[in-house]
Design a protein around this ligand. Sequence first.
Ligand SMILES: Nc1ncnc2c1ncn2[C@@H]1O[C@H](COP(=O)(O)OP(=O)(O)OP(=O)(O)O)[C@@H](O)[C@H]1O
Length: 271
Amino acid sequence: MSERRPLLAMQQVTQAYSLPRTALFSPPGSFTVLDSIDFDVCAGEAVGLVGESGAGKTTLTRILTGMERPQSGHVLFDGTDIWSADQAQRASFRRAVQMVLQNPRSSLDPRMRVGTALLEPMRSLRIEGDHVKRLHEVLDQVGLDRSALERFPHEFSGGQLQRIAIARALMPNPRVLVADEPVSALDVSIQAQVLNLLKDLVRDLNLGLVFIAHDLSVVAYTTSRVSVIASGRIVEVGQPVELFTRPTAPQTKNLVDAVLTVESGLSGTAL
Ligand SMILES: Nc1ncnc2c1ncn2[C@@H]1O[C@H](COP(=O)(O)OP(=O)(O)OP(=O)(O)O)[C@@H](O)[C@H]1O
């Protein structure tokens, strides 16, 4: 088996937040949100992250994208520790790792034309070049017409808006996309279209995709490897279908059981 060569990796990352003192002279406590986390993604690979609410997914994402500095451990991009990288390496990291958020209706400014919104990362990341050409390339990649550039967010459906949010993330030509619940705000009927788009981008652009979702079937459809996080620790890693049909860790089993409970509840209602 060939050795994995991760593009973006967390190694032994621990993050703790201090808690307020419980009494005047008591020492401040601390709460460990992430405990010795190893997590990575290679180019052309889609990896999933699942875990119940409060397990630490958002904190992991913030650290993986460089928004938050871990208390200990390393975040490596292309083998370089982003927190000891020089300015030029930090700038290329900021371009190379982009996020797609859950709800495009709140992540896109309603008063901004789509064209202006798409150019925003180019401005904030100080990327020079032929921006019009780049806009057209990216619209083609996400399957939107060029007329979209002149329109405002309210003129689009939820699925089209998520395509626009993905287009914006693609503008800086990233090598990794981190998608946090990218389809949970969408109608089930159009979720598959956005998931297929993400899968196509992974394949066609050799992107790394980190995909976070509560819906295990969506994770199984989109990713080839999944990590389960519980109380700040990775408790199980594996191929998603295998892992969700034969979970080993009790926390994975709980996630699977929760889905089965909801599904049987829904079918009960239908009857
Ligand atoms: N800045 C902070 N200070 C103190 N505690 C925090 C801070 N940020 C997060 N936490 C706590 O860390 C834990 C993990 O939070 P996190 O948001 O990473 O979980 P999550 O898995 O993303 O949850 P959800 O799925 O509900 O978004 C929670 O108990 C949260 O209250």
